[in-house]
Design a protein around this ligand. Structure first.
Ligand code: NAP
Length: 347
């Protein structure tokens, strides 16, 4: 095989506020010769996730922060280009921590970072970067294991038109809940109600959004799936019902400035209403991934779960594209296309 060049984003400085291209060094290096058991992966789709911003900061978190000089950590999907490992063959699709680069070398130390994608009729490869991937699993475990939905209950989900939120709401509908999404702008709110079957959507960018939230939740709120924090979270918390479940998935409104103040809650409400507040990280449930992916993939193939992607072309655009998550520029899963997936793959 001719020598291959691997373009990479390495973290150069820790961002303050929004991420900028200047926080990274754009490096090029040769792909090394593969050792025993190693696999060379051609990265195809890079998943941009709010947690990328957390990983860039030297703050307490659930994984070590990315160190200065390291290739930026990132999830994504790739295709096996070359393999010295009997468990992988050329052309297999894999997903995992492939990094912000063109190629990922899975060697003895990093083989566990990737796993082979299942091939499910009616489910394209791209879906494993979103609804049938990490964000879909987050929605699935957060709602089912922590939210414990019951038919007829009211579920509210914030960042509802995003990768996690859009799946949470649809799983809620599949469990007979009244589902209310909170999202920014008419286009997102219309998509939630008209295409995904949410019962109502509240546009938090409109001045009367709190009154709209009240109108949309006449019987209060039994399950809150929290993705945002801040004022949105406070308004939902005040409307929680007795024995409500408060699923703490994310607090994106504070990731750029690490300002925790605005996401403080008065616990008096939790005491009086016996509310369960539980944070979680999708990794906590990894042992059940095979079963959960197969259920989500089945729902996708049956048309019971719909999804959208916002795709930015070109690895070189990853840093600027990440900011879309904080500006609300994405609908559904935000991805960077590093290389085109052949049309027939997976579907
Ligand atoms: N616990 C876990 O294991 C886990 C795993 C994955 C994701 N998460 C969390 O889940 C949440 C959603 O992640 P995602 O990947 O699905 O992202 P996403 O929802 O696809 O994108 C983020 C969305 O958040 C909204 N947003 C951003 N800043 C906001 C603000 N200040 N106020 C209100 N809305 C704001 C924007 O939509 P609008 O246009 O509606 O503002 C934006 O499109 C994040 O908090 C993330 O950290 C947690």
């Amino acid at each position: 095989m001719p020598a291959l060049t691997n373009r990479q984003f390495r973290l150069k400085t820790r961002p303050t506020g929004r991420v900028s291209r200047d926080n990274f060094e754009w490096a090029e290096e040769q792909v090394p010769t593969l050792g025993d058991n190693a696999v060379l992966v051609r990265n195809v789709l890079l998943s941009l996730d709010p947690t990328n911003r957390i990983w860039m900061s030297d703050v307490d978190q659930y994984m070590p922060p990315v160190q200065i000089g390291e290739v930026m950590r990132g999830l994504g999907i790739g295709r096996v280009e070359e393999s010295n490992n009997p468990n992988f063959k050329k052309g297999d699709y894999v997903s995992g921590l492939i990094g912000w680069q063109d190629y990922f070398v899975a060697d003895e130390k990093s083989l566990g970072y990737v796993s082979k994608l299942p091939s499910v009729p009616g489910v394209p490869v791209e879906a494993f970067a979103g609804p049938a991937g990490m964000t879909g699993l987050t929605a699935y475990y957060g709602l089912l294991d922590i939210g414990k939905p019951k038919e007829g209950e009211t579920l509210v989900v914030s960042a509802a038109a995003g990768a996690v939120g859009s799946i949470v709401g649809q799983i809620g509908k599949l469990h007979g809940m009244r589902v209310v999404g909170i999202a920014g702008g008419d286009e997102k709110c219309n998509w939630l109600v008209k295409e995904l079957g949410f019962d109502a959507a509240v546009d938090y960018k409109k001045p009367n959004w709190k009154a709209e939230l009240e109108k949309a939740t006449p019987n209060g709120i039994d399950v809150n799936f929290e993705n945002v924090g801040g004022e949105i979270m406070q308004a939902v918390y005040e409307r929680m019902n007795l024995f409500g479940r408060f699923v703490l998935c994310g607090l994106i409104s504070g990731y750029n400035d690490h300002n925790d103040e605005k996401s403080r809650l008065s616990l008096v409400n939790s005491l009086m209403k016996r509310i369960t507040i539980q944070g979680f990280i999708v990794l906590d449930f990894a042992a059940k991934n095979e079963e959960a992916v197969s259920q989500i993939a089945k729902w996708i193939a049956e048309g019971k779960i719909k999804y959208r992607e916002t795709i930015v072309d070109g690895l070189e655009n990853a840093p600027e594209a990440l900011n879309q998550l904080f500006d609300g520029g994405n609908i559904g899963k935000l991805l960077v296309r590093i290389e085109k997936v052949p049309a027939k793959a997976g579907a």
